[in-house]
Design a protein. Sequence first.
Length: 528
Amino acid sequence: MASLKQVIQRNINPFDSVNFRVENFWKDEPEKEFEVSSIHQEATTAICDAVNLVIRDQKIRTLLVHGDSGTGKSHLLIRIKELLKEKALFAYVGPWPDNSALWRHILRYTVDSLLQTPEGCQESQLLTWLKGLPVFNQSTFADWLMGKRNIFIRDLRASFPVGIYHAREFFGVLFALTQPELYDTACDWLRGDNLSDEELQSLKVRRSIDSETDAQGILYNFGNISKATKPIIICFDQLDDIPKMPDSGVADFRSLLDVNAAMHNQRLSNFLVIISAKTGTWIENRSKIDSANLVRIWRNVKLRPINLEQAAEIWEKRLKPLHKQARPSPKDPISPLSKEWLKHKFPGGKTNPAYTLMLGYQLINHFKVHGVIPEAPDFSRSENIETGNDAGEQENGIKHRNQLGGDPQQSHEASQADKVIAGFKLLWLKELESSQKEVTRISQFDSSELIWRLRQVLEALQVPQVAPQFLTGSRFASYSLSHQQHSRTGIVWSEDRNMGTFFHLMNACQKQVAKKACDRLYFIRAEK
């Protein structure tokens, strides 16, 4: 049988960041075995109370959830989704490329989330929501499934006689969701895809959702109809990547708060909006936001630091699978680590989950190499751990980094570089695998987001002078970018299926060519 030392040395470090990095709560599966329920219990209760109030009076509310980097804001959203999946529908909204299309971005991400099937459920949130409407009794539902579209629309209009934007078209698309051959096209229309004329005709609608007004109206429809089923919780997360304000370069919360205020002013029903942000980012923005928008935030929920008992429980949960493999089984649930390390590293008795995991990672890495965990003072001087220490301690880390291993500086740096590269490869493979599951087709993203992602890649590759919106003065500006690699180059990307839109996009490109705005122009299209 393997000893604990042997088990640890032959397994991946359980505190590796690849195991606990979280983004989209539909993309990242919850790790229930690592959940420490006492962490952020106060915040969890506050959000659950807000959901219960929305269920009771069906009035929109907005919560601001904020905390320092590493406090577990995204993990909290995963917990809330798991706790309340029987009570509410959940939508994740990530960063957006363009404030001028924010409503359409919210609608797309909301519908994408409604198409998700929660763990333990048989159907998507969208079908659960649709079948939860009171008008769906067995006899009429059977009629609808047989294709009686007019009966479906008539019954829904009777149930919701007012407050539905473009009611006949919207209810007609909901009917199409019940028809297997039309389901995918109906989902694409609700997401805001620019459909072909043939697809529009199959749904019996005149046009796609192609404006902010349309997107806003469809979101309101979801809210109004959800009064008969479950509330919708829209979670805005990862907001450091949203467009920056030109005057300060910090994330532009004003546009998001404008949209939130509009939701409140129009009395959008049965929604809970959760805005998750770093405390520092929020403080930077708060003074720039109109007071009328600030008062629309119903409650601030601040994530507090965790205590050392909770930190030790995080270690215990992560080490438990390794302990089960070891013989004899360790008596201390956090062996080979110790609480003395937590007391030494966090003398104030407070820390956050990310720092706790980082410390565990450093200690287990040392144990994998040397077979022992050193005394706390020795290790803190020999290996610099960036967990909120003061500059003096970090300086000591540089000064004494060779104290334990005795390796020369060059060897140490090479070893550290190897670890960084190995860690990056693990993270890259995890992200690639996750994206392959999440992204089944390129057109899941609209043209603005596709060109935004391409822009991020070009900037990461240090292509010179990458700039957005090459098609200036056109409604397709957000479909384009330019750069100066070898020559003036424009790039346009569109997967819109409508040929009328394609014609106007080609016209916009032709105008730029005629003006000699570039030396070459690339057009990306046709994902297949």
